[in-house]
Design a protein around this ligand. Structure first.
Ligand SMILES: Nc1ncnc2c1ncn2[C@@H]1O[C@H](COP(=O)(O)OP(=O)(O)OP(=O)(O)O)[C@@H](O)[C@H]1O
Length: 338
């Protein structure tokens, strides 16, 4: 459906997109994640035709989009800076696209009715957009973006302004909705929870390049590099010398999965990977304990080396100041690439 080939966009000396290659298949939901300034919006804008490329190509269904204006690309946009038209009512906002494409009054009304049904706001045609809640406005913006039946829907921080509870609910609804409609989606967010919940595939960007691309579970369980690991919030990263299935680290000898990269590496231990073990490595002191509802986060300090963040079930966490022995679960250990 969408092929981005070697796409480059420069602002002065700096490349906001640096030779990016990305394919999005029909019906696929791809979420682009990354820190502020990593080039996420520039990527979307380039696909939409709002940003010219300095190099490379954007193809939609095989056709090079060079010189094709935004409104002829057949893409739907729901961007942060594309607010609803305040002077039109809900129906007027949603009917805008179909009207521009020459749909008659009856067809427009039917489309608006169907879409309002779809986004869970049946009968809201005549409501003023100013009188809608934030969540309702997002739904109307989504209906407006879907109205012209775009072959590709692009979302920039679709739920950015909303509070967490509403976001979590809407993200589930969105995924179901896109599945039902068979919509192909390219979305951008800085919120990893949102990306992981929405996407079939996540793409993590760094400085205008793709740092990792894969199914959510794959990226989560096997971050490719220290950058991706830290971006996902994993802080237990330590220098390691890997030989076979064992790594020597400041946290002691740690088992690593078979087939791990060898030699001088960086190694990640997910917080669930450290276990209390009588026959494990002794000499860890519990520096702090933080209750997090369903688990307790515990900061452990070895005799000599950096602290390690571990997680325990609420009933099973050691007390502050306690001396414990630790073992490591190999499935929570990742030898990172460069
Ligand atoms: N019109 C512009 N002129 C100059 N520099 C720009 C322009 N648009 C973007 N940039 C720069 O390009 C880089 C990538 O910006 P972009 O907006 O794509 O990042 P982003 O990942 O979407 O960030 P955010 O999450 O903050 O929206 C940044 O360094 C930004 O300052």
């Amino acid at each position: 459906m969408l092929s981005i080939e070697d796409a480059t966009v420069r602002f002065g000396e700096r490349a906001a997109l640096d030779a990016v290659d990305l394919e999005v298949a029909e019906h696929e939901i791809v979420c682009v994640l990354g820190p502020s300034g990593s080039g996420k919006s520039t990527l979307l804008r380039a696909v939409a035709g709002l940003q010219a490329l300095d190099g490379g190509r954007v193809l939609l269904a095989g056709a090079d989009q060079a010189g094709v204006p935004v409104h002829r690309r057949g893409v739907g946009l729901m961007f942060q800076d594309h607010q609803l038209f305040p002077q039109r009512d809900v129906g007027g906002n949603i009917a805008f696209g179909p009207r521009m494409r020459g749909a008659g009054k009856a067809e427009q009304a039917e489309r608006v009715r169907d879409l309002l049904e779809l986004v869970g706001l049946p009968g809201a045609e005549r409501r003023s957009v100013a009188a809608l809640s934030g969540g309702e406005q997002q739904r109307v913006a989504l209906a407006r973006a879907l109205a012209p039946r775009p072959r590709l829907l692009m979302l920039d921080e679709p739920l950015g302004q909303l509070d967490r509870g509403l976001r979590e609910r809407l993200v589930v609804e969105l995924r179901q909705l896109f599945g039902r409609l068979g919509t192909t989606v390219l979305a951008v967010t800085h919120d990893q929870g949102e990306a992981f919940a929405l996407a079939d595939r996540v793409v993590v960007m760094r400085d205008g390049r793709i740092a990792q691309s894969g199914a959510p579970v794959e990226v989560w369980s096997r971050p490719a590099s220290e950058f991706v690991a830290r971006f996902l919030g994993f802080d237990n990263v330590v220098a390691a010398r890997v030989s076979g299935t064992v790594a020597e680290t400041a946290w002691g000898r740690i088992p690593v999965p078979e087939g791990s990269p060898q030699g001088e590496r960086r190694l990640l231990v997910r917080p669930g990977g450290a276990r209390l073990a009588g026959e494990g490595q002794r000499g860890w002191t519990v520096e702090s304990r933080t209750f997090r509802g369903d688990r307790v986060a515990v900061r452990l300090r070895p005799a000599d080396g950096p602290a390690l963040e571990a997680e325990f079930p609420p009933g099973g966490a050691p007390a502050e100041g306690a001396e414990v022995a630790l073992g490591f679960a190999v499935e929570d250990v990742v030898v990172l690439g460069d």
